[in-house]
Design a binder for this molecule. Structure first.
Ligand code: NI
Length: 169
């Protein structure tokens, strides 16, 4: 089932999430729906708050469906190590049409649970490292807008207010 993507400034995007405690069939269905919703929106990552759920789970696929082995479920994830820096343009399905430069670590090691509850660790670089940071931020109620310069952030927020007034947001 494809869920509509929750857009900024919805309150659910601003709030910390509740840990996943039950790794059951309902959770498996939820992650399937999240992948489906993410692919429909042509994203590389989706966090539960982006479909209106305050739960600590995100899905990532930096190949956008091209490689089934690249599908990652991150339940209760935490970043346990970072190295280096990268500055690249970043966007978000909840802030469609806007991008900005965000400084992130170049290498990120994450500890998370998969859809069955099994704990794993993964070290990533480049786009995947960036996706880890972006999605885990979502689970703490943080959008990429927070990492932009105040000038850039205000400009985007002003444009979104304008689009909201004309019913285009
Ligand atoms: Ni996002």
């Amino acid at each position: 089932m494809i869920h509509p993507i929750t857009k900024f400034p919805a309150a659910v995007l601003d709030q910390p999430t509740k840990p996943i405690e039950k790794f059951d069939a309902d959770l498996a269905k939820l992650t399937e729906d999240m992948f489906e919703s993410m692919y429909a929106a042509q994203g590389v990552g989706l966090a539960a708050p982006q479909i209106g759920l305050g739960l600590r789970i995100a899905v990532i696929d930096v190949t956008v469906g091209k490689n089934p082995e690249a599908k990652l479920v991150l339940a209760n994830p935490e970043i346990i190590r970072t190295e280096g820096e990268q500055r690249e343009e970043e966007g978000c399905l909840s802030v469609p049409g806007f991008r900005g430069n965000v400084l992130r670590p170049k290498y990120v090691t994450v500890r998370a649970q998969d859809v069955t509850g099994k704990e794993y660790e993964m070290r990533a670089e480049g786009l995947l490292a960036r996706a880890f940071c972006h999605e885990i931020d979502h689970l703490h109620g943080i959008l990429f807008l927070t990492h932009l310069s105040m000038l850039k952030r205000d400009l985007i927020k002003r444009k979104i207010r304008k689009l909201t007034k004309t019913g285009e947001w």
